[in-house]
Ligand binder design. Structure first.
Ligand SMILES: [Zn+2]
Ligand SMILES: [Zn+2]
Length: 100
């Protein structure tokens, strides 16, 4: 199944279907696309993020938000956020509740 209009995609989303191929999504899935479609899409967006990060890194900017970061990988707010994320992630990995 293919959805050509935004209205159809909204409907598919409401029905719990992948808005790309129409496959049913797992219950309470946070994504618009099924596993299969996301797997297809991931390499492209990953390459984009990696390239953008590299450019920012070379320009001496925060890799996340692009603000001047004082020669660091991330600016202060982003570093704090990243650390909080890492802590939460580590905690949940220990508990076995982490879903990447
Ligand atoms: Zn799909
Ligand atoms: Zn930042």
């Amino acid at each position: 199944m293919q959805f050509s209009s935004e209205r159809e995609r909204t409907l598919a989303r409401a029905l719990g279907l992948c808005t790309r191929c129409g496959d049913p999504l797992p219950e309470a899935c946070a994504f618009r696309w099924c596993e299969k479609c996301r797997a297809v899409q991931r390499p492209a967006s990953h390459a984009f993020v990696t390239r953008r990060r590299k450019n920012r890194r070379q320009a001496g900017l925060c890799i996340r938000c692009g603000e001047p970061s004082d020669g660091r990988i991330r600016c202060r707010p982003c570093a704090d956020e990243f650390n909080a994320y890492q802590n939460e992630r580590n905690r949940r990995i220990r508990e076995g509740t982490w879903r990447d």
